[in-house]
Design a protein around this ligand. Structure first.
Ligand SMILES: CC(C)(COP(=O)(O)OP(=O)(O)OC[C@H]1O[C@@H](n2cnc3c(N)ncnc32)[C@H](O)[C@@H]1OP(=O)(O)O)[C@@H](O)C(=O)NCCC(=O)NCCS
Length: 177
């Protein structure tokens, strides 16, 4: 049974955050098969093939949008350029995202993060969210700061699948509505 009763869509100035579809698999696999993308995430494997993208899309189709959300970051000219979502970690909800390398540096991650935060606030009534970035990923720290997150001062060790399960210092941040 499908756990959602609506199709979340967030329109930002240049992007649309929408529900993932099976047909996104090819482009997701194309951009995700990049070590510099995968190594900055906890869960993405590398190499990342079409089967990984299909498995990912299958798994997210089962998510309950009342608690967790994954959006494709869709560009009107380029199609899917990345992924952004909220993951439940125990009682906490954490923001995560990635953008395909050809589209880095255009402000898309920041724009998507701001849109997703407004969605979480308006749809879920969330007033508090967490995020973390590996300490060797200052670009993500910039994105989170520009989206309104603040450093908590906590550094957790989190494993990265693409780094072979290596525990990596992760700077934790918080966003308050
Ligand atoms: C991190 C990532 C999401 C950024 O996406 P993006 O669309 O290029 O981000 P934006 O353009 O919105 O902002 C990036 C900011 O980081 C800054 N930046 C880039 N490289 C940097 C570096 N090495 N050190 C410090 N800041 C850096 C940019 O200058 C920009 O800030 P500015 O707009 O003030 O100039 C993208 O590179 C990515 O997907 N990386 C791999 C996956 C990942 O890191 N996911 C996040 C896991 S926590």
């Amino acid at each position: 049974m499908c756990a959602i009763d609506f199709e979340p869509v967030v329109a930002t100035e240049r992007l649309r955050l929408r529900k993932p579809r099976r047909t996104d698999a090819t482009q997701i696999a194309l951009y995700a098969n990049d070590f510099d993308v995968a190594r900055m995430t906890t869960g993405m494997p590398y190499p990342y093939g079409l089967d990984h993208a299909e498995g990912f899309l299958e798994a997210v189709s089962e998510k309950d949008f009342r608690r967790e959300a994954v959006f494709i970051i869709d560009h009107p000219d380029h199609g899917p350029i990345g992924v952004i979502g909220f993951d439940a970690k125990g009682s906490e909800i954490e923001l995560g995202y990635w953008i395909g390398r050809p589209h880095w540096g255009a402000g898309y991650a920041t724009e998507a993060a701001k849109g997703a935060l407004v969605w979480a606030h308006q749809t879920w009534g969330r007033r508090y969210l967490r995020a973390g970035h590996f300490s060797d990923n200052p670009a993500s720290g910039e994105v989170l700061c520009k989206a309104g997150f603040l450093y908590t001062g906590d550094v957790e060790l989190r494993k990265s699948v693409a780094r072979g399960g290596q525990a990596t210092p992760t700077r934790m941040m918080v966003w308050l509505a």
